[in-house]
Design a protein around this ligand. Structure first.
Ligand code: AMP
Length: 195
């Protein structure tokens, strides 16, 4: 089972992907997490990505497509994977379609996690406060100004993927404004339906 979680920043994709990883043995592939790891490790990719990420802009398609393609080739992804934060524009979606054909894999479904924008601002504020309390540091892009830019990019570049996947008959939308457990239940039901 290979799926995409699609949704604006703060919609809860990461939380739900982690649950699916624990509960169903699917592998979470978060380009944001991978890029943050590259920044922390000081690799060349990380150095190139850092400023772009701090502004909330998109890192180049070539970088993220390469990262995902390499990661999907790892044996643990054979059981299935959850793409979280990728693809984020049509060029990435097309590159994904092509690479899956080349690798002999298929995308089973795309789940849109819908959350109103006002709630996204509240969530990002909370995420920053919780992270500061727990670790003493906050993601550089978890602030209102950057979130505004990230949302604009979501609307302009990522939301057009909804009709793209609808046309492929793969799109399902769920209400992401319910408690984490209810959202997880809705996602679980969709996965069981498709299985
Ligand atoms: P996320 O953790 O998914 O919110 O991603 C954090 C940041 O990493 C984004 O704001 C982008 O700068 C970068 N990023 C993550 N995934 C992608 C992607 N698929 N394409 C381009 N940039 C990305």
């Amino acid at each position: 089972m290979n799926l995409i979680l699609l949704g604006a920043p703060g919609a809860g994709k990461g939380t739900q992907a982690e649950r699916l990883q624990t509960e169903r043995g699917l592998v979470q592939l978060s380009t944001g997490d991978m890029l943050r790891a590259a920044v922390a490790a000081g690799t060349e990719t990380g150095r190139k990505a850092k400023e772009i990420m701090d502004r909330g802009d998109l890192v180049s398609d070539a970088i993220v497509v390469g990262i995902i393609s390499d990661r999907i080739d790892q044996p643990d992804c054979g059981k299935g994977f959850i793409l979280d934060g990728f693809p984020r524009n049509e060029a990435q979606a097309r590159a994904l379609d092509e690479m899956l054909v080349e690798k002999g894999k298929e995308l089973d479904l795309v789940i849109e996690v819908q959350v109103d924008e006002k709630i996204l601002f509240d969530r990002i504020r909370n995420r920053a406060a919780e992270s500061a309390a727990a670790t003493g540091s906050v993601r550089a892009d978890d602030n209102e100004e950057t979130l505004r830019n990230r949302l604009e990019i979501y609307r302009a570049q990522t939301a057009p993927l909804l009709p793209y996947y609808k046309a492929q008959g793969k799109l399902h939308s769920i209400n992401g404004m319910q408690p984490v457990d209810s959202v997880a239940k809705q996602i679980g039901a969709l996965l069981d339906e498709v299985k």
